[in-house]
Design a protein around this ligand. Sequence first.
Ligand code: GLA
Length: 402
Amino acid sequence: MLRPPASTLAGTHERALRAFRARFGAEPRWAAAAPGRVNIIGEHTDYNGGFVLPMAIDRYTVAVAGPGTERRIRLVSANTGGEDEFDAAAPIIRGGQGRANYVRGVMAGFQRLGAEIPGLDLLIDSDVPIGSGLSSSAALEVAVATLLEAVTGHALDPVDKALLCQRAEHEFAGVPCGIMDQFASALGREGHLLLLDCRSQQLEHVPMIDPAVSVMIAHSGVRRELAAGEFALRRGRCEEAADALGVELLRDATLERLEAAKARLPDETFRRARHVVTEDARTTEAVRMIQQGRWSAVGELMYGSHASLRDDFEVSCPELDALVEICRGLGEAGGVYGSRLTGGGFGGCTVSLVATEAVDAVGKTLRRTYREQIGLGAVVFVSRPAAGAAILPMERLPMEQP
Ligand code: GLA
């Protein structure tokens, strides 16, 4: 079955509580969760001030904590077994191993706001796959920020929380990401996509509730190893193009203006900018088509987005192209409206719109054909648009009661 159980969150929550008790020998006092995200369309537009259309997925990172000794933070990942320990009485600096830096970055953000972080024993568990383009890092940041809201009593506006988490990623993980992932994780709403204008930071929740259409995610099995360095390069090219066109952000460029400047732009810079400008247009058009239930038209825009990411922005890879082409081969007769790579690219996942009645058949064909062509196993699942971050209740879960 491709459809996840009604809530994978309850399972992850329960697992995290058990792991906390086993590791720290005490009852946790606080818990919070934040989801990963999938982007339907609008890729590499966020840091250009453009439009994105992500949704939170039904895969969550859960953070649980109890009071610690003095002002020490003891951090454990139930997924990787990684640990970190540092002092919350002093300004928190970068320095933990790998993903611990995201946690440190978020805590440093709370310190900057004047919140007093007490000693904590803190455990993280997650069913958002890491390095898959589904924003496992944003889910981690936002889960920790939401937990800290409960711990410190310092409640944040969700937009400010998303921005604090983005800053943690810039400063503590060294990734100059845009704002899409943290916004989707903090502000996702069940049954809705999130249309975000990344320049004004205005957002609109767009209903996505047609039971006949499902969002299918296919993981290529390729981890996004190259992504961080290439991401910074792409961002640099976009800034160069904006400078050359005399606009602050590529969001403000038009295709006409870009075409007129073609002769004085290096070909690569021109193509990067063309992707951004055309992707913004596809994204706003896709919203109109979704609102009218015109799924074939949405699907065409998704294929167009993939081609542009592959040819102009050059962030695809043969594995992602293969997944998209298998979907295109199935076509609407085979139950697929459209498909594209999702997230930063260089591996990770595709997102497809699939007729709900065809979900199992499409998933099966996708896995079989992908293995024949590429020799790798694809992990395929369906997610409904899920709720964003939340503080979790601490009463015993129903399944734990005698
Ligand atoms: C990564 C970044 C986002 C966004 C996407 C590409 O996920 O974190 O901010 O730029 O890539 O759309």
